[in-house]
Design a protein around this ligand. Structure first.
Ligand code: PRP
Ligand code: URA
Length: 212
């Protein structure tokens, strides 16, 4: 991997094993969806490692107990439609209080530029810590456009969580959104002439929704 990239690669063995199963071309939609949700759950566990805690006192059936609870900003989860939807279930299993917004973007197959078609976010945008999800970070155009949109709507704190990235995509986010930490399970080799990640896992949206 190019060492100029600012990216957090989740190397946990369970994540890597499940990603390998997802890459296999014979893996069908049902398994692909389940694996993506499981990986999203494990990545959410890693990404939230530094979330602040406060001490509270609760009553156990036995005695009062000083214990820890999450404090700080409420979480907003924003999948980039369509494929980002496949990561929502796993993250909300870990952070059930998260509000879920949606940003609709598709990549024009000719220009590879993102085209926005939908945006619905929680009302209190500036008070939330956002996690933007999309399995694929290829040219980075879609994710960068989603991050710009969120910032225009008032978001102050954003993490980008993807499954597989190309170096080109990570570089674009580093350049255009240096304030946004990027988490992935793999940085692959490169993009091909059609803007697909090599080796990647193919078209994530089509594999999730069976629209191949
Ligand atoms: C895919 C993927 C990303 C985007 C990545 O979505 O889910 O959103 O391409 O490419 P980029 O980094 O070059 O912008 P796609 O446009 O195929 O839409 P879909 O999720 O509706 O299938
Ligand atoms: N979008 C995908 O779904 N896969 C890629 O490899 C690139 C963009």
């Amino acid at each position: 991997m190019a060492n100029d990239l600012r990216v957090n690669v989740i190397t946990h063995p369970l994540v890597q094993h499940k990603l390998t199963l997802m890459r296999k071309k014979e893996t069908g939609s049902k398994d692909f969806r389940e694996l993506l949700e499981e990986i999203a759950m494990l990545m959410a566990y890693e990404i939230t490692r530094d979330f602040p805690l406060e001490e509270v006192t609760v009553e156990t059936p036995v005695a009062p107990c000083k214990a820890k609870m999450l404090t700080g900003k409420k979480v907003g989860l924003v999948p980039i439609l369509r494929a980002g939807l496949g990561m929502v279930g796993g993250v909300v299993r870990m952070i059930p209080a998260a509000k879920v917004g949606h940003v609709g973007l598709y990549r024009d197959p000719e220009t590879l530029k993102p085209v926005e078609y939908y945006c619905k976010l929680p009302g209190d945008v500036s008070e939330r810590a956002f996690i933007v999800t999309d399995p694929m970070l290829a040219t980075g155009g879609s994710a960068s456009a989603a991050l710009t949109l969120l910032k225009e709507k008032g978001a102050k704190s954003i993490i980008l969580m993807c499954l597989v990235a190309a170096p080109e995509g990570v570089r674009l986010i580093n350049e255009e959104h240096p304030d946004v930490p990027v988490y992935v399970a793999s940085v692959d080799e490169r993009l091909n002439e059609r803007g697909y990640i090599v080796p990647g896992l193919g078209d994530a949206g089509d594999r999730i929704f069976g629209t191949l």
